[in-house]
Write a protein that binds this ligand. Sequence first.
Ligand code: NAD
Ligand code: DAU
Length: 346
Amino acid sequence: MTKLNFNKILITGGAGFIGSNFCRYMMRKYPDIEISMLDALTYAGNPDNFRDLEQDSRFRFIHGDIRDKEVIEELVSQVDAVVNFAAETHVDRSLYFAGDFVETDVVGTYTLLEAARKCGVERFLHISTDEVYGSIEQDSFNEEAPLNPSSPYSASKGGGDLLMRSYFVTYKLPILITRSSNNFGPYQYPEKLIPLFITNAIDDKPLPLYGDGLNVRDWLFVQDNCEAIETVLYKGAPGEIYNIGGDNERTNNEITKLILKLLNKPETLIQPVKDRPGHDRRYSIASTKVKKLGWTPRTDFETAMKTTVDWYVQNQAWWRKLKDKSFDKFYNKHYGKDGEAAPVEK
Ligand code: NAD
Ligand code: DAU
């Protein structure tokens, strides 16, 4: 890695899954780093995700919203770089609350961009997603592919990306974008496929598998993504977009069966349910460009899955609290009782 030439970083959305892993990773690696972490603590933001970091004087938490112009301007004026993880992130929720996604993923990104333009920063790295390209039957998307989003989530992420690009072209703001594939690992909110299925299986609850279970995602261990984000932050060229894939495409059926095997649970827990509307069949991205910067996913998939399953087994207090709160309200309202999706109609 090149020498750290800036050490004051504003990390937004750092109380969530990837952002908290990234804060922890950077604190361990860089003794001189100073992190200001802002998060609105939505249902997905969790103080338990960064409690250990708060003991360290190099880390400070600010409870705030990326759409709050005054707070954001003040914070951006104090740092060298911004890394934006803050977003509404769950596709299923975007089907019911699209407005929240537009507000944070588009308007919030705009507010950060304006502050960065006004104050000046060395780098503004925006964390985006492979979902902006939409589904692909064969081959893989590179960074030149057109945006073809399917859900309000991916459309709002695409909107944020386009604003980022415009601030580079128009104002020469040194922006960067990463578009990663599906992450998994410790601290992921138990609404997403892997943590939902691990935690349901631990409790012998059904695993609601959408459609025929043959949708494909490219799974990336969160630690590998943190290393990729670090690589792009310090070595990426301003104005550029970098895909970050795990080189690990699996069907949802395969993921589900692996989880059950690792937990020694029966496959009878699999419950086929009605498909997600607008469900993208396959995501696949080429990561050639970021690999030229020296990054490659290092973690063996099966080992990372075991690490992840073990983490959820050992940290039940962490996820049980979450499943007892807003989680069940959402699932009971939209998917039926007890957090189970509606069974498929015969
Ligand atoms: P997450 O849902 O776990 O965390 C999102 C965080 O953003 C939460 O802490 C939440 O409180 C915060 N937040 C939401 N709205 C906010 C606002 N208005 N102001 C300030 N904070 C706000 O998400 P994640 O899975 O860690 O994803 C982080 C980023 O990575 C997102 O931008 C997401 O689109 C992107 N991404 C995620 C994945 C994945 O598989 N999880 C893959 C590719 C890209
Ligand atoms: O590709 C990157 C994206 O990955 C990120 O940008 C998103 O923030 C993140 O949520 C994720 O989106 P997905 O829709 O791919 O993830 P999710 O975990 O919701 O679903 C993964 C697959 O599993 C998808 O094909 C739908 C399926 N699924 C999901 C859930 C929650 C089920 O079959 N049953 C479920 O209960």
